[in-house]
Design a protein around this ligand. Structure first.
Ligand code: SF4
Ligand code: SF4
Length: 602
């Protein structure tokens, strides 16, 4: 055993390795991504790791490994759980053999997500037990416990950190490599009665799961992290909390006096007996949690079930905000108001406000050139540009203003089809990135071709999964295990599905890019433009440009039309920040007086 300074996600990964995990797969998504990456960096030869094409596939790969007796970890963020939910819901009915932990990192805020959904609520919906760590140390310990729990009760198990647990750093106690468990899978044993899901079996499974979870409520009441911090016996008020909010409550409690506190580490199945013990002798309880009022509702239920006359306060009574993150200060304020105490003084100095930085595509990003080409080609036409999830969602920012809709990964294709069915005079485009293309766009293309839809698919291929940190995908030609493999060709896939008109063009060649869009947009049926140019984080800059002030007429066209953050105006002339410019050359191609010139070569 030694001490290591780890990010929460690193702690989770190291916990999985210490538990003898055999297979890890997932799909990247903030705030979960570093878990799989840390496993990949630290794994031994016996651990298989992959970025799967999407979360559903990852869940199925993990299920297969578990059927063969392996310990398997599958990682994703809360949005990804929606994609993985189909196999997961069925897997809970089938059960597992080797331990299977589903790491879902929730994003209160939300800081980098479309929704604020709560995996604790998904746990009760899917009937899958959930462990909710409040610190990096607890996340490390819980990962090891979750594998053992999964095997003992033959169920997949959620481990659900939130952003501040996943991305916070702490010194924690971890096992030395020699102390790791060694888990040797015994292989798949053919047994259709166990591994083939049928309605008849599912009826029995449902009953078994409900009975098991009722029993687990008692088992989990004795699980050490579900605990009561004793308080002043004269205080008839208590606080119930869990996850990162527990840490905030304990910090506030040091300053606000010692009321009793219930820590809920397994929100589902809820540790009912532990809750009854906590509630005994109290008049009022404040529930402090993020996202859904899971603990609050559970305590109201417990009070009703056991005939306890206790006022339960929290999100539903307006004492805790209904959405967004809790903070140390917001929790201290809520606790002070609840306990009728003055707000403790904040001793630390308040940091100065940060400058406002609106999200924008990077200087030199090829997506800027792609959007600009489509915009120029379609000028004056009645169009709709259906966007998708990735860096390129930032194509919505002015002055590009090229994202009319964005729902969830892969949805742009379906939305373009739906709108075109209703508006025959509208020219429809659907933009999708290369990683999203493989993850969730393919069924949309099949649907469009077979049902004779009319739209142009624009694949923005920058040869990586850029937004989450440059993970490989089937179009990149390398795997997470480091192997170089044959790329899956987007062109061949599209042609194989039946898209006959497919053109590939470099978006940074502006004239050709515009011509390609004009040439294809009015063709009947489904057609595709693939804009291929690597992400600037992958390719070496081509040098940088500067503006010849003698030539520049100060028309600002370069700034007004593409919004590259390297461009600004000074003294009535355009200037280029050499620290940001990658030399992509897009601005030079639209300047009416050719004022841009190469100023340096990298
Ligand atoms: S060449 Fe122009 S558009 Fe490209 S990064 Fe430099 S300033 Fe921006
Ligand atoms: S487009 Fe050319 S002339 Fe106009 S401001 Fe930019 S650099 Fe100057």
């Amino acid at each position: 055993m030694h001490t290591a300074f780890l990010m929460g996600n690193e702690a989770i990964a190291m916990g999985a390795l210490a538990a003898g995990v055999n297979l890890v797969c997932g799909y990247p998504g903030t705030p979960s991504t570093e878990v799989l990456e840390t496993v990949a960096k630290n794994r031994g030869d016996s651990v298989y790791v992959e970025w799967s094409v999407n979360e559903k596939t990852a869940m199925e790969v993990a299920a297969g490994a578990s059927y063969a007796g392996a310990r398997a970890l599958v990682t994703m963020k809360q949005m990804g759980l929606n994609v993985a939910s189909d196999p997961l819901m069925c897997l809970e009915y089938i059960g597992v053999k080797g331990g299977l932990v589903v790491l879902v990192a929730d994003d209160p805020g939300p800081i980098s997500s479309q929704t604020e959904q709560d995996t604790r609520s998904f746990a009760s919906f899917s009937k899958v037990p959930v462990f909710d760590p409040s610190s990096a140390q607890e996340a490390y310990d819980m990962m090891r416990e979750a594998f053992a729990f999964s095997e003992e009760y033959h169920t997949p198990v959620f481990l659900r950190p939130t952003t501040r647990v996943s991305h916070g750093y702490a010194s924690i106690r971890v096992l030395d490599a020699e102390e790791y468990e060694i888990h040797t899978p015994d292989g798949f044993v053919r047994d259709p009665a166990r591994w083939v899901i049928f309605p008849r079996f599912s009826f029995a499974s449902h009953r078994r799961i409900e009975e098991r979870n009722t029993a687990l409520s008692d088992v989990l009441s004795d699980y050490a992290p579900n605990r009561i911090e004793p308080g002043d016996p004269a205080c008839r008020k208590g606080i119930a909390t869990g996850g990162i909010s527990w840490t905030y409550v304990m910090e506030a409690r040091e300053k606000l006096g010692k009321c009793r506190v219930l820590k809920v580490a397994t929100p589902f199945p809820f540790p009912e007996k532990k809750a009854v013990e906590f509630l005994s002798g109290l008049d009022e309880v404040l529930c402090v949690e993020e996202l859904d009022p899971v603990i609050e509702r559970a305590l109201i239920y417990v009070c009703g079930k056991y005939g306890l006359s206790i006022r339960i306060l929290g999100k539903q009574t307006g004492h805790i905000p209904l959405s967004g993150e809790n903070t140390r200060d917001s929790v201290a304020a809520a606790a002070a108001a609840f306990l009728d105490l003055p707000l403790p003084a904040v001793s630390e100095s308040t940091p100065p406000p940060l400058p406002v930085r609106p999200p924008v595509l990077c200087a030199g990003c090829p997506h800027r050139a792609s959007f600009y080409a489509v915009k120029q080609a379609m000028k004056g036409r009645k169009t709709i540009f259906c966007g998708d999830i990735g860096c390129y969602t930032l194509g919505n920012a002015m002055p590009l203003d090229m994202v009319d809709t964005c729902l969830c990964m892969g949805a742009g294709l379906g939305i373009a089809q739906g709108i075109r069915h209703l508006e025959a005079d509208r020219t429809c485009f659907a933009f999708v990135g290369d990683s999203t293309f493989f993850a969730s766009a393919l069924p949309g293309v099949v649907n469009a071709v077979y049902n004779q839809a009319e739209f142009t698919l624009v694949v923005l291929d920058n040869s990586t999964t850029a937004m989450t940190g440059h993970q490989p995908h089937p179009g990149t030609g390398r795997t997470m295990m480091g192997e170089v493999v044959e790329k899956v060709s987007i062109e061949n896939v599209l042609r194989g599905i039946g898209v006959t008109e497919v053109v590939t063009v470099d978006p940074l060649d502006h004239a050709r890019a515009v011509e390609a869009v004009r040439g294809i947009a009015d063709l009947p049926g489904v057609k595709a433009v693939i804009f291929r140019s690597p992400c600037i984080a992958l390719s070496k800059p081509q040098g940088c440009l500067s503006v010849d002030a003698a030539k520049c007429i100060g028309c600002k066209k370069c700034i007004r039309e593409i919004g590259c953050p390297a461009l600004s105006i000074s003294g009535g002339k355009a200037v280029i920040d050499p620290a940001q410019c990658t030399g992509c050359g897009l601005c030079a191609q639209l300047c009416p007086v050719h004022a841009m010139e190469v100023s340096s070569r990298a």
